[in-house]
Design a protein around this ligand. Structure first.
Ligand code: 4AD
Ligand code: MG
Length: 431
């Protein structure tokens, strides 16, 4: 019988017999008669030692021929050892090599680009394993909050006829002789579903053929898009801060181990609780200029401006009431501040950038038609979307949270690429 590394540490006792299966994480031969193997499995790492005089000749030979990442089953006895990680090491009595394999191509000090070329192997590293676990739990907590607050999870089509965010950045497909596109956002489809279900969310990939070569852009990212009937922009923003705070607080409470491996100090996230500061777009532009940036009214926040604006905060902030020309066609104009829309961007602290974009949607037929006319959208491509405003239309709002942006911030990653197993960027579609 075998157990996992984490279980061994839970009930460790001097002299206890254990069996484990896993992979060689570190390997060192000491003199002619001792081999140290650090074994890893899905739950952690543990040190073990093979001594030539306490195993059979075959086991010793097998141990001598192991590589980094060879897979194996080991049996042995626990021994207290202050220097070993976790305070115990295994004195090996038997090794069954499952797959010796070839010398592992990833050694120390390799370039970022090489590690991306061998991403399929680099995903075994402790860093990537911790990030992938972190991503799993963050998504779980986001879903948990939504499920407990009256939302249904629904699924959208990925292949579509029209863009949601202004069609310039779409990947085009030949769909049996007609043009179709990879979806930029599932929002328009989520909107269709609120009339039956009232509160829905989609978790699906979105695609952007943006030529942005930054640490925050992917061409394929996972997008969490809640949509709510009978909700205005004020409540929309409250939902966003509740959702984000719940996921962050639960994450730091329950995942110390992941945070430790990634060197992320949970103290830096402990103030992430509602309400988040709210800045009118106009004030935000002024603030950027006061703090030494340079920006004009009407411009979007670039990476530098976002960094300047969020430097002083340890919680995300909202920027709201953007000029309507700078935003998508479906956003409702603020009757209290004409020329601006009822929209918000949630910016994460310390330059991690925009993690959410949300808005109240135009829900009246004439308003939507007028706006589409203004921005020269062909109503033919959006007929079904316009149709939603013909039958019992209601005020509604929603938002989109970029999963990888969220993971990047919570885990404090340098680059968004590490928040997804197989990143797609303008220069990479392999592996
Ligand atoms: O601000 P965006 O473009 O908004 C929408 O797509 C709306 N339709 C969402 C909605 O209201 N349902 O995108 C929303 C979020 C951004 O805040 C960001 O977190 C993420 O999606 N995002 C990206 N993440 C990684 N790479 C990219 N190229 C991204 N573009 C947007
Ligand atoms: Mg946006």
């Amino acid at each position: 019988m075998t157990v996992h590394v984490a279980d061994v540490f839970k009930n460790a006792k001097e002299g206890k017999s254990v069996g484990l299966r896993g992979w060689v994480y570190r390997y060192r031969k000491l003199g002619e008669d001792k081999i140290f193997i650090v074994l890893r499995d899905g739950t952690g790492i543990i040190q073990s030692v093979v001594k030539k005089d306490s195993v059979t000749e075959k086991v010793w030979k097998d141990a001598e021929n192991l590589y980094i990442e060879s897979s194996l089953i080991i049996k042995g006895e626990l021994k207290k050892d202050e220097r070993a990680p976790g305070g115990f090491e295994i004195k090996i009595s038997d090794i069954e090599v499952i797959h010796q394999g070839l010398p592992f191509p990833i050694q120390k000090d390799l370039s970022e680009e090489f590690l991306l070329d061998v991403r399929h192997l680099w995903l075994r590293s402790r860093k990537m394993t911790a990030i992938m676990k972190g991503r799993h739990f963050l998504i779980e907590y986001l879903r948990e909050w939504l499920n407990n607050n009256g939302f249904y999870e629904v699924v959208p089509p990925i292949i579509t006829k029209s863009g949601a965010e202004g069609g310039a950045d779409m990947f085009e497909l030949n769909y049996f002789g007609t043009k179709a596109y990879m979806t930029q956002s599932s929002q328009l489809y989520a909107e269709a579903m609120i009339f039956g279900l009232e509160r829905v969310y989609v978790l699906a990939p979105s695609f952007r053929a943006e030529k942005s070569r930054t640490r925050k852009h992917l061409t394929e990212f996972w997008h969490l898009e809640p949509e709510m009937a009978w909700v205005g922009q004020k409540e929309n923003m409250e939902v966003q801060e509740e959702l984000v705070s719940f996921a962050v607080q639960k994450f730091i409470k329950e995942n110390e181990d992941i945070l430790r491996v990634l060197n992320r100090d949970p103290e830096e996230l402990k103030n992430v609780k509602p309400p988040f500061p709210r800045l009118d777009y106009e004030k935000a532009v002024e603030r950027v200029n006061e703090l030494g940036g340079r920006m004009e009214y009407g411009e979007d926040f670039g990476a530098d401006e976002e960094e300047i604006l969020t430097k002083e905060y340890d919680v995300p902030i909202f920027v709201h009431n953007f000029p309507k020309e700078s935003k998508a066609f479906y956003m409702r104009e603020d009757p209290k501040k004409p020329g601006t829309v009822l929209a918000d961007d949630m910016l994460a602290p310390k330059g991690h950038g925009e993690i959410i974009g949300g808005s109240e949607r135009i829900w009246k037929l004439e308003e939507l038609e007028a706006r589409m006319n203004e921005v020269k959208l062909d109503p033919k491509d959006y007929e079904w979307y316009v149709d939603l405003r013909r039958y019992g239309s209601v005020p509604h709002s929603g938002f989109g949270l970029g999963i990888e942006r969220f993971v990047k911030w919570v885990l404090n990653l340098e680059n968004i690429r590490d928040a997804i197993p197989f990143p797609r960027t303008i220069t990479r579609v392999y592996p």
